[in-house]
Design a protein around this ligand. Structure first.
Ligand code: GTP
Ligand code: MG
Length: 207
């Protein structure tokens, strides 16, 4: 799987603004500041595509990126979902985000995979557990991405991935360590995307 091109499409602040398209969608979810935008930039080899910030809570929209435009079978939409669990926002705003996130996850028929990001150094939070339950309840396939792997000595990376896999009752292969800073772990993510798109294409042929 190669990412040949990427471009920003739009941001949706409400469910009615979400893109209607027959392209497969892959979404990136996780708490505020976990590294979603950095992960996307790393994946598409463009340091500036998704905005990144030291200040949590910057992404209040579902931001859509079109990947591999004009490449049949490899084209998809990548959706950067609003981060959750950021304390310094009003309850009203939190409800708005939760509403958008829940409606998207429950209703988006073209959502084929979620990359669920958690910080490799920390125990998943209560909000992470809520997100996990949500993905599970809606039958959304997901892979856990353990971010900021550069913050740990190499010898601890495997152990932390195992602990995160245990927390979510997943197999070890379902937790992929990634560092956007050190640029490690990309191949496994691209392989996953390739599998997801191949399954979509196979299903399309049978239709
Ligand atoms: N060391 C290290 N820092 C990272 C990595 N990825 C992201 N960061 C830092 O973590 C902070 C947050 O990164 P973002 O990519 O903006 O996080 P986000 O999840 O998009 O945040 P929101 O949009 O606010 O939800 C920034 O200061 C990044 O530089 C990484 O792989 N390693
Ligand atoms: Mg972001």
């Amino acid at each position: 799987m190669i990412i040949l091109n990427s471009s920003y499409v739009k941001g949706a602040a409400t469910y009615s603004q979400c893109i209607v398209s027959d392209l497969p969608q892959i979404a990136v979810a996780g708490k505020s500041n976990v590294g979603k935008s950095s992960f996307i930039n790393f994946l598409v080899n463009d340091g500036k595509l998704a905005r990144t910030s030291k200040l949590p809570g910057r992404t209040r929209l579902i931001n859509y990126f079109l990947i591999n435009d004009g490449k049949p079978g490899q084209e998809f939409l990548l959706a950067d979902l609003p981060g959750y669990g950021f304390a310094k926002v009003s309850d009203a705003e939190k409800l708005k985000w939760a509403d958008l996130l829940e409606k998207y996850l429950a209703n988006e028929q073209m959502l084929k995979q979620v990359f669920f990001l958690v910080d490799i150094r920390h125990e998943p939070t209560r909000d992470d557990a809520t997100m996990y339950n949500y993905l599970f309840a809606n039958n959304v396939p997901f892979t856990v991405i353990a971010t900021k792997a550069d913050k740990l000595p190499k010898s601890q990376v495997k152990n932390r991935c195992r602990a995160i896999a245990n927390f979510f009752k997943l197999g070890q292969d379902d937790v992929l360590p990634v560092s956007a800073l050190a640029k490690t772990g990309k191949d496994a993510v691209l392989n996953k995307i390739e599998q997801v798109l191949a399954a979509c294409n196979a299903a399309g042929v049978d239709d």
